[in-house]
Design a protein around this ligand. Structure first.
Ligand code: ADP
Length: 485
């Protein structure tokens, strides 16, 4: 059992219209700690009837909410933010237990997730329209921004807290209501957030959560519902494409945060120690399970050996284990099939000539763990160059010229994050402009923040989360033309 200061934050029911209820399917399923394999609790499973009811209540609740002042909405969001920060220890315990990441990282996620609530509380007050100079003297033209309608959010298991706040906070700030379907492996963080939003005074129906084992049924109910006007999804590219298709029938607006394949480019003039520091942070955070994790290290051949040696030296200091234990820096992967997938990429690379410098093996810690792994002599022909690894494996590719580095970096359908280490400012500009990614980290391995726009191009998706642009995804622009003036 989790030892929480406030045991009432551990919820095992759906949250619909401000109430904790059992799911319509009548069944339940276990939520398991990936580090120990032990059951944390039994979770009730929702179905399409729960979705339909939650959307109906959301639509009702929104009618009042959209009429409130932005200041009023901001006050409730700020209260929610304060409660999240007050309960950070409990929230981190819940997160670490269901997801596996070390407690220190879990706390980092709670702070990061809360920062979006605070940010959008502030942004709520800045949803400005325009007065447009007219080309007809008798007219006045203006725009107003209005809440888009009921929002559906489908979120993944790798950031069970922050992926909720990144969507729910801007939606509420804009005046919308949200129905969330969190990942079935990690619903507890989402439910705890809903409980804190309730305590913060958020009116009922504005933030509902439907958890269920049948993601397809729940997803379909959300995308089929005519009252849902927007879907915000974070997850795999495969599921994202499917959901875009499902949304086409009722022409819903979508925001998609899909898979990445981030290049991490190190030039010969880079500060190699800083590059290694950035590589460690970018690659091994959350055991490599983030969509902005460096997926391919492209290193100039003249410093290839030095970079690799220093990277290995640092990676050997990582401590793999149960994230609840002190000093552990790499927790388990989410489940055994994730481990098998990562391992199959390593085996394919080795079969095709890659050299394993460290890791790449099972460990007696259990079937959900994978050791930090570094591979050299990786080439674009290998699966690992082309697929998102989502595990603690760093494949290193050599390049000789700037042109070659850019070509390798862009040789993917994904376009989320990229990283670049060099001291040459002209090259920094060239790469910042020519890399086909939504995010470029220059001499920096950690790039995500609530004040900056997060999102991808190409098959990594559309829409931006955070920043002054983040709220745009939740509003419609209405143009008003006033004649006879
Ligand atoms: P991952 O590989 O990271 O688990 P997924 O895209 O499979 O990524 O999952 C992300 C979210 O999408 C989860 O909440 C999952 O339950 C949900 N999901 C998976 N398949 C579907 C689907 N067909 N329709 C709607 N939601 C889905």
């Amino acid at each position: 059992m989790l030892s929480l200061n406030d045991p009432l934050l551990l919820k095992t029911q759906l949250f619909i219209n401000g109430e904790w209820v059992d799911g319509g399917s009548g069944s339940s399923f276990p939520i398991v700690d990936p580090a120990t394999g032990l059951q944390i609790c039994e979770m009730t499973s929702g179905n399409k009837n729960d979705v339909n009811f939650a959307v109906h209540c959301a639509q009702n609740a929104m009618q009042k909410w959209r009429q409130t002042t932005a200041k009023n909405r901001a006050e409730i969001l700020k209260h929610w933010y304060a409660l999240v920060m007050e309960n950070i220890d409990d929230l981190a315990l819940i997160l670490s237990a269901e997801q596996g990441k070390p407690i220190a990282e879990a706390k980092g996620e709670i702070q990061y997730g809360a920062a979006y609530i605070e940010w959008f509380a502030e942004e709520a007050k800045r949803v400005y329209g325009d007065i447009i100079p007219s080309n007809n003297a008798n007219q006045r033209l203006l725009t107003i921004k209005q809440p888009i309608g009921v929002v559906a959010a489908i979120t993944p298991w790798n950031f069970p807290n922050a992926m909720i706040t990144r969507k729910v906070a801007p939606a509420l700030a804009a005046g919308c209501a949200v129905v969330v379907k969190p990942a079935e492996a990690t619903p507890l963080s989402a439910l705890a957030l809903a409980e804190l939003a309730r305590r913060a005074g958020l009116p009922k129906g504005l933030f509902s959560i439907v958890v269920g084992v049948d993601a397809i049924e729940i997803g379909k109910a959300l995308t089929d519902h005519s009252l849902v006007r927007k879907l915000s999804f974070t997850g795999s590219t495969k599921v994202g494409k499917l959901l875009i298709k499902q949304c086409a029938d009722s022409v819903k607006k979508t925001s998609m945060e899909l898979g990445g394949n981030a290049p991490f480019i190190v030039f010969e003039d880079a500060d190699i120690d800083k590059a290694v520091q950035g590589a460690m942070a970018s690659k091994f955070r959350n055991a490599g399970q983030t969509c902005v994790c460096a997926n391919r290290f492209l290193v100039h051949s003249s410093i290839y050996q030095e970079f690799t040696d220093k990277f290995v030296e640092q990676a050997k200091k990582l401590k793999v284990g149960n994230g609840a234990k002190e000093n552990v820096t790499v927790g388990p992967l989410i489940n055994a099939s994730a481990v098998q997938n990562v391992h199959s990429l390593v085996l394919d690379a080795q079969k095709n000539g890659a050299i394993k410098v460290m890791g790449g093996e099972a460990t007696e810690l259990g079937e959900n763990f994978y050791l930090p792994t570094i591979l050299t002599h990786v080439t674009p022909a290998m699966r690992i160059f082309n697929e998102e690894i989502f595990g603690p494996v760093a494949p290193i590719v050599a390049f000789d010229t700037e042109e070659q580095a850019l070509e390798l970096a862009n040789a993917t359908e994904a376009g989320l994050a990229s990283y670049l280490y060099t001291q040459n400012y002209a090259r920094i500009w060239r790469f910042s402009e020519n890399l086909e990614n939504g995010i470029v980290g220059v001499n920096e391995g950690i790039i995500s923040s609530e004040v900056a726009p997060f999102g991808g191009i190409k098959e990594s998706g559309n829409g931006r989360e955070g920043s002054k642009y983040g709220i745009d995804d939740y509003v419609e622009i209405k143009y008003v033309c006033m004649g006879g003036i």
